[in-house]
Design a protein around this ligand. Sequence first.
Ligand code: HEC
Ligand code: HEC
Length: 249
Amino acid sequence: MQAGGHCGSCHSPRGFAMNEQGYDETDPAFLSGALLDGWYAPALRGGSGNGIGRWSEDELAAYLKTGRSRHGVVFGSMLEAFNNSTAFMTEDDLRAMAHYMKSLPRAPEPAWEYDETTTASFAGGMAESQPGAQLYLQKCSYCHGRDGQNRGTFIPPLAGPSSVLADTPASVINIILNGAGRVVADGVPDSYRMPPYRVQLTDREIADIATFVRTSWGNTGGAVTPEEVRDLRERTDPFSDSVILLQMR
Ligand code: HEC
Ligand code: HEC
């Protein structure tokens, strides 16, 4: 696993000199999640509450093979790891990797649980008083639904995924600004793709929608500011692959 695809180069936090922290499972920082180049690579450790703690080993192996599961679809810098590496690994290797990741203990944290309030307040016409909710209805709900749930393995959930629960809002902002790259997998159509909203929406509007998503359906991510959106807008370039490989500042 340490060798397999260098997962830790993105998923393990870095120290002061950009050295990876924790090269193997004896260090609790190993694969505990990290922000790199504008994308948050979540913890690849088990537990029962959040992240891959809620995925079965089969779902995890299938995600690495096909790029999709009902919990999430590869995007951002994970697309590189998928398109160049995990899509070509054997089912046995992927299953072994999934088993290994699930076996790593996860630091205790509050477990996410779905909360009906947001969906119910849409039905009652209440949520529209919130600017982010109104924009969500106009721009996002026809794919992601008023309930924020997944649509099979084609549309990932916005209720409870690692990107939304993370302390850093980077992945949520980045994918709204720039959309997702193409998932190349044999026999799996890529017809629903997350569109970029960089041109359509202002920093304030993206911050409002991101805040709405991060605080709805039981999500516990914090509010997002227009300044955070502007920073990522300036650091990412939608017209080249550097959307994924942007410069560190
Ligand atoms: C170039 C950086 C990079 C590399 C290398 C990388 N990942 Fe990722 N990974 C990410 C990012 C960013 C995300 C979040 C975006 C997403 O969910 O697709 C992610 C998401 C994931 C997820 C979803 C976790 C969740 O809670 O939603 C899994 C599982 C995963 N990676 C496994 C792996 C494995 C296994 C490897 C090594 C074979 C690997 N990754 C290598 C960047 C990377
Ligand atoms: C045309 C359908 C469509 C629309 C409209 C859309 N999305 Fe998405 N979204 C997707 C798909 C599909 C993915 C998974 C990545 C991919 O394959 O493109 C995704 C991924 C995401 C993710 C990452 C979820 C994860 O797994 O961690 C977030 C956050 C997100 N979308 C938010 C939004 C917001 C906010 C809006 C409205 C501004 C929006 N989306 C509009 C289809 C859509």
